[in-house]
Structures are given as C-alpha cells and as structure tokens.
Write a protein that binds this ligand. Structure first.
Ligand code: FMN
Length: 295
C-alpha cells in the first residue's frame, strides 16, 4: 500500500483535503491515540495567509441534498501565529506535514513560501491559487499565465515539493495544470470547491455570510473525476485527486483516472475515521489499471 510521492514515502495513498480535518482539535479529543492511529498518510493544513483572518460572517454552511456548501473564508492565525502556535503541535504528528498557503499577491505567496522553506518540520507546500490576485483582479488559478508567473516567483525560494491546488472554477483546468508543471510545480491537486449559492427561503436574500460558497461532497464527485482524468492526461507530475470521496471505490476511481494520492474532505465531518476506512477499502481493490482510453 505504501506510495512514493515527491520523494516522500507514504504508508498509503489517502490524505486529508485542506481545511476539513483539524488535527490539533482531534488530538485534544482523542489524545495520543490519534498519533498512533492517524487516519491519513500525510497531513495537509488548512490554508495559512500572511495576515491573520477572522473568516466570513455567519452563516457559513448550507447543507445540500448531496453535499455541503461553505463560506468559511479561510480564518487562520496568519504566518507568524501559525509558526508560533500550530507548527510545533503539528510537527508532533506521526505523518509528513504539508502546509497549504494562499496569498493575495505574488509577493504574499513568496513571503509564505520563504517562511516555510526554512522549517524542516514542513515536508511540502500546497499553493491554494483559488483567490484573486489584487494586482490583476484575476483568480490566480483560473489563468495559465498567472500560475506560470506565480511559480516563476516562488519556485526559486524552496527546494521543498510545491503542489499547486487547482480551482475547478476555470475555463481550461488542464491548461492551468500544464502551465504549473512547466513552471516547476512538483505536483497538482484538484478539485477545490465549486462556486455555488443558496437563498434564505424566508427573505430570498443570500443565505451565506459570504454571499456565495464552495460546493463539496458527493455532489462534486463526477466533476472531480472528469477534471482529474483530463489533467492526468496532460501532465507528467503526480496528481492528488479529491472531491466527494466517501469510499474506497470513489478513491479507486480517482486513481484509475490518474491520481497518485487521493484526499478526503467533507466525508471526514461525517466520519472522522474516514481516512483509515477508505485506505483499508482501497487496499482491497485493484487500482493498477487506469481507464484504458487514457492516452
Ligand atoms: C469546510 C471546508 C473548508 C475548506 N477549507 C479549505 C482550505 O482552507 N484550503 C483549501 O485549499 N481548501 C479548502 N477546502 C476545500 C477542500 O480541501 C477540497 O478541495 C474540497 O472540499 C473537495 O473535496 P471534498 O468534496 O472531499 O470535500 C475546504 C472545504 C470545506 C468543505
């Protein structure tokens, strides 16, 4: 079951999706047993930004018939707060730590990458490119040129693996993935949430404090499979697939479509042990054969 990913030797191919498993809170709840039986083969942090963020006003969640919509708004302690408070605790985990970062400009992303480059507790960095660049107004991950310029700025700052987390809210996701690979990314991950909206049934106004939200869970699984398949067909670097994974069968599907690792997100809210369960299920199914029509 062990898998090599960007130079990391992982016990199995199932990791968590950023922002959906709080390892610090889980350790408080489950104690050291969590370290002994950690559900994922690597831990991906929630997004860290340069400055601390409060996140979006409530309500922040809306339940869908087959999923979840959130407008959490990336609350976090900021780079300094994360380095001082969270990193020492997360470095005690029994699995490699992947830190997810997001900046509102290339300079901010560079600041984050430099801040973590020197920390040996950090095994790899995941760049969340789903936010607008304040300098251009464009969502960084929606445009191949934006992603190439971002990688050109941050690639020289670290030898650690850089994973670009792609947004599904782009017209040509494979083109963005290819631009990331050509500019030096070590891996890509997808999908992030899909933009959605809900109206308050009484007032008719947007329900979520952030007006719109990100759709996740089973509702996005078919979209994730199509995008992982399309991206895997054009890049040579490893792909981390995610979106609506609830079972070993779902994870195996993403691996057959080309994913090396699979991340579990929304399902962990329902079942905190989903990672271990899905890893055990996937080990019982054959994922060696990719979909035969793949080039
Ligand atoms: C409540 C919630 C919080 C999330 N927070 C983050 C985040 O901080 N950074 C990030 O890159 N993605 C974040 N995501 C997106 C997930 O990592 C994942 O890409 C997406 O939810 C699809 O996977 P899933 O359907 O298994 O949840 C969040 C998703 C949810 C539901």
């Amino acid at each position: 079951m062990s898998v090599e990913f960007c130079g990391l030797e992982l016990a199995h191919p199932i990791i968590n999706a950023s922002g959906t498993f709080d390892a610090i809170a889980a350790r408080r709840a489950f104690g050291d047993e969590l370290l002994e039986r950690f559900p994922f083969s690597a831990f991906v942090s929630k997004t860290v930004t340069v400055e601390p963020r409060q996140g979006n006003p409530p309500p922040r969640l809306w339940e869908l018939p087959a999923g979840l919509m959130n407008s959490i708004g990336l609350p976090n302690k900021g780079l300094d707060g994360y380095l001082a408070n969270d990193l020492p605790q997360l470095s005690e985990l029994s699995v490699p730590l992947i830190v997810n970062v997001m900046g509102f400009s290339r300079d901010e992303v560079a600041q984050l990458v430099s801040g973590f480059a020197v920390r040996e507790e950090v095994a790899a960095l995941e760049l969340n490119v789903s936010c607008p660049n304040v300098e251009t107004g464009m969502v960084m991950g929606a445009d191949p040129g934006e992603v190439a310029r971002l990688l050109a700025a941050v690639r020289p700052l670290t030898g650690k693996p850089l994973i670009v987390k792609l947004t599904p809210n782009a017209s040509n996701v494979p083109a963005v993935a290819l631009a990331a690979e050509e500019a030096g990314a070590d891996a890509v991950s997808l999908i992030n949430t899909i933009k959605g909206m809900a109206l308050d049934p009484r007032s008719g106004e947007p329900w979520l404090g952030g007006q719109t939200g990100g759709v996740s869970g089973p509702a996005v699984r078919a979209v994730a499979l199509a995008q992982v398949y399309a991206v895997s067909a054009v890049v040579g670097i490893p792909v981390i697939g995610m979106g609506g994974v609830q079972s070993g069968r779902d994870a195996a599907d993403l691996m057959r479509a080309g994913a090396t690792l699979v991340a579990v997100g929304t399902e962990s809210f329902r079942d905190p042990a989903a990672g271990s369960r899905i890893a055990a299920q996937v080990s019982g199914s054959s994922t060696n054969d990719r979909i035969s029509v793949r080039g």
